[in-house]
Design a protein around this ligand. Structure first.
Ligand SMILES: Nc1nc2c(ncn2[C@@H]2O[C@@H]3COP(=O)(O)O[C@H]4[C@@H](O)[C@H](n5cnc6c(=O)[nH]c(N)nc65)O[C@@H]4COP(=O)(O)O[C@H]3[C@H]2O)c(=O)[nH]1
Length: 497
């Protein structure tokens, strides 16, 4: 019972559990990644939008400063008279974000709309060469940015009210900061930097993209994904249990090409040699152990897969042809009527026979019927086809199941195989021995030779031999074994009887 369960349980409980856990984790990871990627993209888009708005606003302040510098240009070369100052103040007054406009000539005194005449000051090298730059100034608690424009005659500094820049930063976040480009380059402040594409300034804010924050933000969706993943894991566990049927096990072993042959010699006392080999199917199970056909043959017959198993078996037997090549030796294949009825398996059986014959091997089919058997006209035509191709027919386990007297009249077999239970009846006395005697009697009157299976003791062998049986198979001679061992057995066989 344990061996059967072991053979049929292809997917073990821990493998089902592993598959379920993998499924849950895979879905959870994929789901969380998708959600995080979605939310981070959305966040990034929102951040970019805010930066763009702030940057556009600051750029408009620069534009205003530029306009002021151009409007003040006609006065930069003249003296800082009251009239000039009035005109400059007028220009400042009509530009709401500008505090003042200032001229710094290379030589001589300058002029400021706010302070009037400016003391002479040397224009620095960078002021003279960088055409456009900004500095931040603080005065009596007021912040302003001096945007410098270089012209041929002098340097014009337009002061932009710092409060408007601060206003613009509010679009981004309370911690956002404005940096003239040259300060940004010098200080390299940490955070997310947004460089203006039009003017030399950079807006910097703290790097708000943070996994913990994203997880918290999307926790509802993540909890939902966790639920779906657990459900999928549970379904995987249940469904792998549902498909873990005997039929699935057979399909799995077929796919793994786990079915292979062993051979058991049949001894002819008449010809004093090995007359044939019965091909017996074996299956290497998942743990590498050999499974008995008693476990899987009935199952394969019930599920209609016996044909596929037999074809895989015959394919492997072909590989042993060269090793078994021996004139007059037959290979006995166990088949059911289903294999003969099915055109595909029938044709493969015929091809197998033709191939075997090329190696001097005969083929005998042993028909066992565990289910009700009746020889329809179609089936008998197919048997005729087999015989025409040179195959011999034996009724297996004669006297048991459906292999009874009517099967003799229907099939007209070349041999009757008697089951090991029957051979065990030799010398049993009473009814059991009488049953065996009657089977031998049928063989005698129909002149169909008997192959006695399951011979374990010399006494059984002697008993049956005295009653006219001349074909024997059983552990007394050899257990079923692989192609190499059986070919050695044939080579070393010598008559001991
Ligand atoms: N106790 C004892 N047993 C002996 C002795 N000599 C042989 N046996 C066993 O008796 C069974 C004989 O095969 P079977 O009657 O055709 O009975 C077979 C046959 O009905 C079925 N089977 C095996 N291979 C195939 C196959 O390729 N196709 C089909 N359709 N059935 C198969 O499975 C059955 C069991 O096969 P196995 O387990 O290989 O068991 C084999 C063989 O190993 C002995 O001296 N003592």
């Amino acid at each position: 019972m344990g061996a059967k369960r072991d053979f049929l349980t292809v997917i073990r409980p821990y493998e089902r559990l592993t598959a379920a856990v993998i499924m849950t984790l895979a879905l959870l990871c994929a789901g969380v990644m998708a959600v995080l990627s979605h939310f981070s993209k959305t966040e990034e888009q929102a951040r970019n939008d805010k930066n763009q708005r702030a940057s556009d606003y600051v750029a408009s302040l620069y534009r205003e400063a530029e306009t002021v510098s151009r409007a003040a240009e006609p006065f930069e070369e003249g003296a800082c008279t009251n009239e000039v100052l009035t005109r400059l103040r007028h220009i400042v007054a009509v530009n709401p974000h500008i505090r003042s406009v200032n001229f710094y000539p290379e030589y001589g005194t300058g002029c400021s709309s706010l302070e009037g005449r400016l003391p002479e000051r040397k224009v620095s090298y960078s002021e003279g060469h960088v055409p456009f730059y900004t500095t931040m100034k603080q005065e009596d608690g007021y912040i302003y940015y001096l945007v410098y424009f270089r012209s041929s005659a002098s340097l014009t500094g337009v002061a932009v009210n710092g409060y408007f820049v601060r206003d613009a930063l509010r679009y981004i976040s309370p911690d956002a900061a404005f940096y003239p480009l040259q300060d940004f380059m010098k200080l390299s402040p940490a955070g997310y930097a947004w460089k203006s594409s039009q003017y030399p300034f950079v807006l910097v804010s703290s790097d708000s993209m943070n996994i913990r924050r994203l997880l918290l933000h999307s926790r509802a969706v993540i909890i939902f994904i966790l639920g779906v993943s657990l459900l999928a894991g549970w379904l995987t566990y249940v469904s792998t249990g549902l498909i873990n049927t005997p039929r699935f096990a057979l399909k799995y072993y077929l796919y793994k090409k786990s079915f292979y042959p062993v051979y058991q010699p049949v001894i002819s006392t008449r010809d004093r040699k090995v007359a044939g080999l019965e091909i017996l199917m074996r299956c290497g199970n998942k743990k590498g152990n050999e499974a008995s056909p008693a476990l899987f043959i009935p199952l394969a017959e019930q599920s209609g897969m016996i044909g596929e198993l037999t074809l895989q078996l015959l394919e492997k037997v072909r590989e042993d042809f060269a090793m078994l090549s021996e004139k007059g030796l037959y290979l006995a294949v166990n088949i059911t009527s289903e294999i003969v009825e099915n055109p595909e398996t029938l044709s493969e059986l015929l091809k197998f026979t033709e191939h075997a014959q090329r190696y001097g091997l005969d083929v005998l089919v042993e028909i066992t019927e565990r289910q009700s058997f009746s020889l329809t006209e179609q089936l008998s035509e197919k048997f005729a086809l087999l015989r025409k191709a040179g195959l011999h027919v034996a009724i297996d386990d004669f006297g048991t199941g459906y292999s009874n007297l009517s099967s003799i009249t229907q099939l007209n077999p070349d041999y009757l195989k008697i089951d090991k239970d029957f051979t065990g009846y030799s010398m049993a006395g009473g009814v059991r021995e009488a049953v065996l005697e009657s089977v031998l009697h049928i063989s005698a009157i129909t002149a169909i030779p008997v192959i006695a299976e399951g011979i374990e003791t010399p006494a059984q062998f002697q008993y049956l031999r005295e009653r006219g049986v001349w074909l024997f198979q059983g552990y007394l001679f050899s257990r079923p074994c692989d192609g190499r061992s059986v070919s050695n057995y044939i080579r070393d066989f010598y008559v001991q009887f």
